[in-house]
Write a protein that binds this ligand. Structure first.
Ligand SMILES: Nc1ncnc2c1ncn2[C@@H]1O[C@H](COP(=O)(O)OP(=O)(O)OP(=O)(O)O)[C@@H](O)[C@H]1O
Ligand SMILES: [Mg+2]
Length: 363
């Protein structure tokens, strides 16, 4: 059975999580198979912690650690995604039984379900595989489910009052200990584009500490203001790159797709370097790029990018070059989810043809 390891690389620069990691690892070692949810605000560091936890426990699970980004996808999309991941049948009547049999055999597994949003779909998924020796670690902003151990994730070191980001320690309170904001601020300062004092004055003048109602968990004024600060200093290609990455639904975008979607030519590398230097863009896999959901929210407020252009880019790329199917499969699943929800038959058939190719690829 082909296994496609897609666990992200070990998180670089993880700060202030020694206690949480030890507690989580001990809990899982003691009671596996189990289900555990890391629940906390946007950008509080759940995914980074889950990733570090996976590596911490990799030996315990004999390397059988798996990472799936689940988002708001429905049950059917979730099981199709698992089937794709484990190489089991996607044929309707065999989809669930084969997956159950697969997970029941071959030893204990640790499956991280990152960015969970749909409680109903997740409850069904967990119950479907309850009899298998699979430990599920879910990351979620909130999780209204019983039968799962909830572990709250706060900002690193917040309860000790210390700062996990020494270069911008002075900004810790102003940025409410938020690790995403502190990480971006620290990157800006270390690039020498601004001093801590300049950032402090900018953030204060923009009212970072003002109490106001926010729209969602992704609406974090401290991050949005740092994005504002950067936006004023970015060229048009870099801005378009942020726009594409903020409107794409798949996991991450290759350098080639980013160049094509932004029509960037020679300035692509320079623009991307700048975005990366300020930690506005992440590179979760080599040469593949993404933005954090909180950055995404701030960028979406500033600009738009046609979802159709993204859908068309990926579908035609995969039709033209089926060799990209495995690498780009999250874009295909996002297209499939879009097709399920839209109910548009032509779109569904187009996506389905590509999915059949993907199956053929796996057998
Ligand atoms: N412990 C940490 N040490 C250093 N940086 C951190 C830490 N935790 C979070 N960060 C920074 O914050 C960013 C967001 O972290 P992460 O993606 O884990 O948040 P999250 O809680 O999963 O957010 P979301 O709810 O949007 O999925 C990271 O990319 C990193 O830049
Ligand atoms: Mg996350």
């Amino acid at each position: 059975m082909p296994f496609r390891g897609n666990f992200p690389p070990p998180p670089r620069g993880l700060k202030g999580r020694a206690t949480e990691l030890a507690t989580l690892a001990r809990t899982i070692e003691a009671v596996a198979p189990t289900r555990l949810a890391l629940v906390g605000a946007g950008g509080s560091g759940k995914s980074m912690l889950a990733c570090a936890l996976g590596y911490r426990l990799a030996r315990r699970f004999d390397g059988r650690i798996h990472w799936l980004r689940v988002g708001a996808w429905d049950f059917r999309t979730l099981v199709e995604m698992l089937a794709h991941h484990f190489g089991t049948s996607r044929e309707r009547s065999r989809l669930v039984p084969e997956l159950q049999a697969f997970l029941a055999s071959g030893g204990e597994r640790l499956v991280v379900l990152d960015n969970h949003e749909d409680d109903r779909a997740l409850a069904r998924l967990l119950e479907t595989f309850a009899a298998t020796p699979t430990t599920f670690v879910v990351t979620a902003r909130r999780c209204l489910l019983s039968g799962i151990l909830v572990f709250p994730v706060g900002a690193p070191l917040v309860t000790s009052g210390r700062s996990a980001f020494p270069l911008v320690a002075q900004l810790t309170r102003l940025l409410r200990w938020n690790p995403l904001a502190l990480d971006i601020a620290s990157a800006i300062v270390s690039s020498r584009a601004a001093t801590v004092g300049e950032l402090t004055r900018f953030l204060t003048a923009q009212g970072v500490s003002r109490a106001r109602v926010i729209e969602s968990e992704d609406d974090l004024p401290e991050v949005a203001l740092l994005v504002d600060w950067a936006w004023r200093r970015l060229g048009s290609v870099a801005r378009r790159m942020l726009a594409v990455l903020s409107y794409v639904q798949g996991d991450h975008v290759s350098r080639g797709s980013l160049g094509e979607l932004t029509r960037a030519r020679s300035s692509a590398r320079h623009s991307l370097d700048r975005l990366q230097r300020w930690h506005l863009v992440q590179e979760p896999m080599r040469d593949r790029f993404a933005v954090h959901a909180v950055v995404r929210c701030a960028v979406r407020r500033k600009t738009t990018f046609a979802a159709d252009a993204i859908f068309e880019h990926y579908i035609s790329l995969l039709e033209r070059s089926p060799g990209h199917l495995v690498r780009e499969h999250t874009h295909l699943f996002s297209a499939m989810d879009h097709a399920h929800r839209s109910g548009d038959l032509a779109t569904m058939l187009r996506v389905d043809r590509l999915l059949s190719n993907l199956d053929a690829d796996l057998t």
